[in-house]
Design a binder for this molecule. Structure first.
Ligand SMILES: [Zn+2]
Length: 282
């Protein structure tokens, strides 16, 4: 009897351990909206959750033809996710979004796990692919250096060192003059914000951008394709359409964040297609 109790306790501990590990991983790659809800002191102006999407079906209505088209921000651009990126690019090309899409590149992805395997200098084919996308109009910008856990929540000195390594590496594979910086997992410190500014890069966050002069530019930057289940494309699309119309009315620029390795699951790509098709009809 006592032994059975011990086994039950042991299993319970394992379950709790796995659950908390999953939570921390989810946090690391939290979608922009979720991050803001958990971490921002001010609530987002249009907090629409997928569960409530049907309520906003009528609000989405027809797109407003006076609204500027959204800008699409692709996170985690690395040869490690090259096939997933190609799948997203296929959809974007179909709707002629190349000149409205920014590719946030990781210069060398996660060396603690992968060593030099995904260093751009060792992935000539992928670099060639990025150059061909750049010729098509896609913009190449910076997404950290190695994309390790909360990489830019660090001191000024460490941030300067990482930015120097990142921009030098990008320069070696032919990408110069970057102007945007998307911090991995949105993690920053006051010191790293200062360092990024000194590299003349504008920081991209869910609710605002921080230009090198340290001011704040209000934006709406959200992800609507975060693990979309099968059959859930319509309701997620409606949330995106609602937010797009609402931000347009407020005069806030709308940015659509996408993680290639996540959007390919379930109905993620369908949400993107629905949204782009809807925008085209305007
Ligand atoms: Zn990332």
């Amino acid at each position: 009897m006592r032994r059975e109790l011990l086994i039950v306790l042991f299993l319970l501990l394992i379950t709790v351990g796995v659950a908390s590990r999953e939570r921390s991983m989810e946090y690391e790659h939290a979608e922009p909206g979720e991050f803001m809800e958990r971490n921002s002191q001010s609530a987002p102006p249009f907090p629409v959750r997928a569960e409530n999407a049907s309520k906003f079906a009528s609000a989405a209505g027809e797109g407003d033809s006076n609204c500027p088209p959204p800008t699409i921000l692709i996170h985690d651009v690395t040869p490690y996710y090259s096939r997933e990126l190609e799948a997203v690019v296929e959809v974007l090309d179909k709707y002629n979004y190349s000149s409205r899409t920014v590719l946030f590149v990781i210069p060398r992805f996660d060396p603690p796990y992968h060593g030099d395997r995904w260093d751009l200098r060792r992935n000539g084919d992928f670099v060639g692919y990025l150059h061909s996308l750049e010729k098509e109009g896609y913009r190449i910008e910076l997404h950290g250096y190695e994309h390790t856990y909360h990489e830019f929540n660090c001191s000024y000195e460490v941030a300067m060192e990482k930015l120097k390594s990142a921009t030098e590496l990008m320069g070696k594979v032919g990408f110069e003059n970057m102007s945007l910086f998307l911090p991995p997992a949105w993690a920053l410190s006051n010191d790293s914000i200062r360092a990024i500014g000194e590299f003349n890069l504008t920081i991209v966050l869910p609710d605002y951008f921080i230009p090198p002069n340290g001011s704040k530019m209000r934006v709406w930057n959200r992800e609507y394709t975060w693990y979309v289940g099968e059959g859930k494309a319509e309701e997620r699309f409606l949330v995106a359409a609602h937010d797009y119309n609402a931000t347009c009315r407020e005069g806030i620029p709308f940015y659509l964040s996408i993680h290639p390795q996540v959007i390919v699951h379930g109905d993620g790509l369908k949400v993107l297609e629905k949204f782009l098709r809807w925008l085209k009809k305007e």
